[in-house]
Design a protein around this ligand. Structure first.
Ligand code: NAD
Length: 359
């Protein structure tokens, strides 16, 4: 079994004998155990989880509706109420069994219920395995503005088991893979290249690359848990990506994008801007754009859409004194935080995206 040991937030990878959870339960001795699922993970992941852990008769299941549009304070209220009605106390434990929506929202609910109860993340989507469940960022959206309400607090442990990926739809695999591609861009060209072999058909490759992504994310968040410096690199592509995601969520005429699909567009735009400001290699920019556009849907943005997306940037959490700050790349693995980018260059980046033709 692969693992990353730490006092809080240790990560266990394919711990098939269940020893990590057993040890944690022995340490915590929870007064009661709750498992948060959405209806998809209830169907596809909960039976396997209960079977393996023997928690069938010892846990209360709380189900929420799947989807980003339910990652909000109304859903938190429902979960807080159920915890309260079912007699949860400060020694209760919440196990978040699901994708990034369940781990983000469940972590926030647990961190605030009775000023904080213990929680464990069991990520079931690729995105949650390589990104959302690791690093202690928990929270919910405010209207369509992403992750505006939240807290940084680590789970007791994270239990990653790639067998959950067997039931994950292809578009959700792609969405998670976008965050792995981000790890490639911000860490090294070698990892970016290795990622081009990613295929769920090959378990050995899947496990190796998923674990590598977890290591990259973990190394960064361990160095800088509160996002003062290094952790900002993990926002690569997210400044415009989040604004695009919010815009498409709130605009009925636009197709709703999955998180990774929006971030993929954000990374193309950020790499173009990097090539203009930091001289990121233009040939690499073109190859990177090919790779993203082969995997992710191309969205048609009008000038009005772009104006509205730029307006949404003012809610980005990296802003200071009203100025939007971008993470840019000089090269693979060489990021520069807090770059100020003018609107004209953002428009040019969208033009580049719109006019790009695939080989
Ligand atoms: P999600 O939780 O909505 O899961 C995607 C879909 O897959 C859902 O319909 C879910 O029910 C389903 N699903 C999950 N596991 C399944 C399985 N094994 N089999 C079948 N269906 C399954 O979304 P996501 O893509 O996992 O995560 C996106 C969220 O993560 C966003 O809200 C994003 O903001 C957040 N995020 C957080 C961090 C962080 O550091 N906290 C980092 C990146 C992203």
């Amino acid at each position: 079994m692969l693992q990353i040991e730490k006092d809080k937030g240790a990560i266990y990878f394919n711990n098939d004998d269940g020893s990590a959870l057993k040890k944690t339960l022995e340490k915590l001795v929870p007064s009661s155990i709750f498992i948060l699922v959405d209806s998809h993970t209830n169907t596809h992941c909960l039976p396997q989880f209960l079977d393996k852990t023997g928690l069938k008769d010892n846990a209360t299941v709380i189900q929420i509706t799947p989807g980003e549009e339910y990652k909000n304070i109304t859903t938190c209220l429902e979960v807080w109420n159920i915890l309260s009605q079912k007699g949860a106390d400060r020694s209760s434990l919440l196990i978040n069994l699901g994708g990034g929506v369940v781990t983000d929202l469940g972590g926030f609910v647990a961190s605030t219920f009775m000023r904080g109860i213990a929680f464990i993340n069991v990520p079931t989507s690729l995105l949650a395995m390589v990104d959302a469940s690791v690093g202690g960022k928990n929270g919910v959206d405010l209207g369509t503005l992403k992750n505006q309400i939240g807290i940084i607090n680590n789970p007791e442990i994270v239990l990653v088991n790639t067998s959950f990926l067997n039931s994950l739809p292809d578009n959700e695999i792609n969405s998670g893979f976008a965050e792995m591609l981000k790890h490639g861009l911000i860490s090294s060209k070698k990892y970016w290249k290795d990622l081009q072999d990613f295929s769920l058909k090959n378990k050995e490759i899947t496990n190796r690359l998923v674990w590598q992504s977890i290591l990259i994310k973990n190394e960064i968040v361990t160095k800088d848990p509160f996002e003062k410096k290094e952790r900002k690199a993990l926002n690569y592509g997210h400044t415009l990506g989040h604004a695009i995601e919010s815009y498409c969520l709130s605009n009925p005429s636009k197709e709703k994008l999955l998180h990774g699909e929006a971030i993929a567009i954000g990374m193309i735009l950020a790499t173009y801007i990097s090539s203009e400001i930091l001289k990121f290699d233009k040939t690499e920019l073109s190859q990177i754009t090919q790779i993203f556009l082969k995997r992710y849907p191309k969205v048609n943005f009008t000038n009005n859409d772009i104006e509205a997306i730029i307006q949404l940037l003012k809610h980005d959490k990296k802003n200071r004194n009203g100025q939007v700050r971008f993470v840019l790349l000089r090269d693979y693995g060489e990021s520069q935080n807090d770059s100020i980018v003018d609107n004209a260059l953002i428009f040019s980046a969208f033009e580049f995206y719109k006019n790009f033709t695939l080989n």
